[in-house]
Design a binder for this molecule. Structure first.
Ligand code: SF4
Ligand code: SF4
Length: 378
């Protein structure tokens, strides 16, 4: 057995696999692609096969939803075998131009969207935002996320948060434009070296601040910090946890009624990976007049929107129905007025599906923060 084989096998604990198939059985992508993660776990034992396996287009179908890891009775993370295979391709420099450009942009500008670092704080324009200072202790340090900072559709997540914080008189600070990508997508795209560098640099940067806790606006940053940044000094929570707390303490209040039927889509990185299921629901249920209903596939069984795992930069070869389309059709069957989410990627993928299906007149996709911005007295 060669060193490379031992390394791959040990790294992903391949010998722990009992080939029960629960991973593939639960994988949402199998309805539209040929991805068989159990088979990959099995075949990756053979070192001779690694290069060949890494060349299969199937490895790019994984959305890193983590269902396979949640279902594995042996505690393996089958998806990471696919990420390990992606890294063989990335190391060989044979990635799609879209992936290459995203990774290059993270390296040079601290975000995967090919935007300049100088523009990272543009979302703050016109708002009274408190900026973090390493000399001044702060209770709540906010980490915005690349997508929320740059994408005009989801910027309001950060903007509404500032309005809520100012109204409630909370001790907070947002990071200046020095904030850099958490590396969630870099990791899943298989760029291990760049990800390690990001963990080191971001840990050093965030630890400069004397913060009681770090609050992330995106579940991708939340899970990545919690699970892959072992040396962060401050604990990390997601904004829905923070706001549910604020609501209980009656530090925020509603200004009117919203008599709408809302169905909540659990983002994979918040639910299955972050174990945060209740707080987003508490926030939605507390909106006066709102009725919260559930998808048949919810919480741990929630369907993936296919926005994670680097899929924003990798087009699927499958022409079968996208999972986001399935999700929107399920919401329509429930007669929901609003599909609420708590993740910028879910907003973008589900809204795209809703528009593609022509449901714009009768339904909307909304970030929870969007609904809070419309209904809270701020
Ligand atoms: S669920 Fe775990 S043990 Fe079962 S086949 Fe998949 S990786 Fe192997
Ligand atoms: S992470 Fe999700 S999409 Fe990827 S192999 Fe596991 S279950 Fe399938």
């Amino acid at each position: 057995m060669s060193t490379e084989m031992q390394t791959f096998t040990e790294k992903y604990d391949l010998l722990g696999c009992i080939q029960c198939g629960r991973c593939t059985g639960g994988c949402p992508v199998t309805v539209r692609a040929n991805l068989n993660v159990r088979q990959f776990v099995n075949d990756a034992y053979d070192e001779e096969k690694l290069e060949e396996l890494a060349r299969l287009a199937d490895i790019w179908d994984c959305t890193a939803c983590h269902t396979c890891a949640v279902r594995c009775p042996k505690g393996l993370k089958p998806l990471e075998v696919l990420i390990g295979l992606r890294s063989i391709i990335v190391e060989g420099g044979k990635v799609e131009p879209t992936v290459r450009d995203a990774l290059q942009s993270v390296l040079l500008e601290g975000n995967p969207w090919e935007k300049s670092r100088a523009a990272r704080s543009d979302w703050m324009e016109g708002l009274d935002v408190k900026i973090a200072d390493s000399e001044v202790p702060v209770e709540n340090l906010f980490f915005v996320c690349c997508t929320i900072a740059y994408d005009p559709r989801v910027r309001m997540v950060a903007q509404n948060m500032v309005k809520i914080l100012n109204k409630a008189g909370i001790d907070y600070a947002f990071l200046p434009e020095d904030e850099s990508c958490c590396g969630s997508e870099v990791f899943t795209l298989g760029e291990e070296g760049l990800f390690e560098m990001q963990v080191e640099d971001n840990t050093e940067y965030l630890n400069e601040f004397d913060a009681k806790r770090i609050i992330t606006l995106s579940p991708h940053c939340f899970t990545t910090f919690k699970k892959q940044y072992p040396d962060l000094k401050a604990p990390v929570i997601h904004y829905t946890q923070f706001l549910a707390e604020l609501l209980k303490e009656e530090k925020i209040s509603w200004k009117g009624e919203m008599p709408k039927k809302i169905v909540y889509h659990d983002p994979c990185y918040l639910g299955k990976q972050g174990d945060v299921y209740d707080e987003p629901r508490e926030l939605l249920k507390s909106i006066p007049g709102a009725e919260l209903v559930e998808f048949e596939r919810c919480r741990e069984r929630s369907l993936c929107c296919e926005g994670g795992g680097g899929k924003m930069w990798v087009e699927s070869e499958s022409k079968k129905e996208r999972l986001a389309d399935t999700r929107i059709k399920d919401a329509k069957a429930l007669d929901a007025d609003i599909v609420a989410v708590a993740c910028p990627f879910c907003v973008l993928t589900l809204e795209d599906a809703m528009k593609g299906l022509g449901y714009e007149e009768e339904m909307r996709v909304a970030e929870i923060m969007e609904l809070l911005g419309e209904n809270l007295d701020i």
